[in-house]
Design a protein around this ligand. Sequence first.
Ligand code: F6P
Length: 326
Amino acid sequence: MAHIKKIGVFTSGSDAPGMNAAIRAVVRTAIYYNIEVAGIRRGYEGMINGEISPMERKSVGNIIQRGGTILKTGRSEQFRTAEGRKRAYDQLKKNNIDALVALGGNGTFIGASEFGREHEDIAIVGLPCTIDNDLRGTDFTIGYDTAINTVVEAVDKIRDTAESHDRLFIVEVMGRDSGMIALRAGIGIGAEAIMVPQTRSDMNALFERLEKGRKDKASKIVVVAEGDEPGGAFEIGRIIQEKYPNYDTRVSILGHIQRGGKPTCMDRVLASRLGVAAVEILRDGHHGEMVGLIHNVITFTPFELSVKHHDDINADFLRIVEILSL
Ligand code: F6P
C-alpha cells in the first residue's frame, strides 16, 4: 500500500456534466481515508500558476447535481512543454501534493502521461470526463449520458416542428472527431440517417436512404456528427437541397447546450464510483492509469492506451438505424 499524504484534484479540457459529482467523490473518499486533499483551479494552467487550495467535506456539499465544474477548467499551452510541466511540478511540491486525480479527456491524459513519465514521485491517475465518449478503457465516459439525453430532448422538439411543416432537418451534434453522441442519440430520436466520422459518409447512400424511406412521411431527421467528413451540417444541407429542391430543408446546430445541465443519475453514479476508485487505486500504488468501468467492473487503462481511439464503433448500431428508419 502506497502512503499518500495529499491528493490534488483538478478538471481540465472541456467541461462535462458529472465532473462535480466526480470531484465530490474524490474529496470525500480522500477524507474518508485520512488523506489531505486540495483543489487545483483551471486545470494545468492553474497548476502552473499555483491556484491550489485545501478542500474539505463541506467544499463539495450540494454540487452533485450541478453541471460544469466548480474547479473551473481550460486548456494549457504551457503544459505542453517540459518547462511548463516542471513549473507545475514545483508548485505541487511546494504544496506537499504527492498524488493527482485528473478529470478530463484525451488532451488531459496525454498531458498526464507525459507529466507522469517526467515526475515519477507524484502519482497521477485519471477519470474519464468528456461528453464525447471517445476514450478506450471505459464503456461510458462521465458526461456522455447527460449529453445524449440533452440531444434527445432537443431533437424531440425539432421533430415536432419538422412534422408540422413536413421538413427535413439536418441536426449537427458535438463529438469532435468521434461520432458516439450522434450514434446513440440518433437511435434514441429515431433518425432517418446518422453520419459519423468513423465511417466513410457516402452522400449517394444518404440519398438512397432518403428515397427509400416512407413516401407518406415527409418529415425526416438526419443526425450529423460535427467531425463527419462531407463538411458539417450546412454543407450536407446544401448538397441535399441541390439534389432535392422540393425538400423543405433546415439545419440546426445544437452546440454547447450539449455540455451543460444537470448530470443524469447514470452520470452521477458513474462519477461517484470512479471517484472512489481513483483514490483507492492511488492507495494501492497505481499511477499513470485511467479508471473506467467495463461491463460494470472497475478497470485501469494506461493513459497512452486510453487516448485517441475514435475508430471503435459498434457497426450494429448503424445497421439498426437502417432497419428502423424504414
Ligand atoms: O470535447 C468536448 C467538446 O464539446 C467536443 O464535442 C467539441 O468538439 C469541443 O469540445 C468544443 O470545444 P470548445 O468548447 O472549446 O469549442
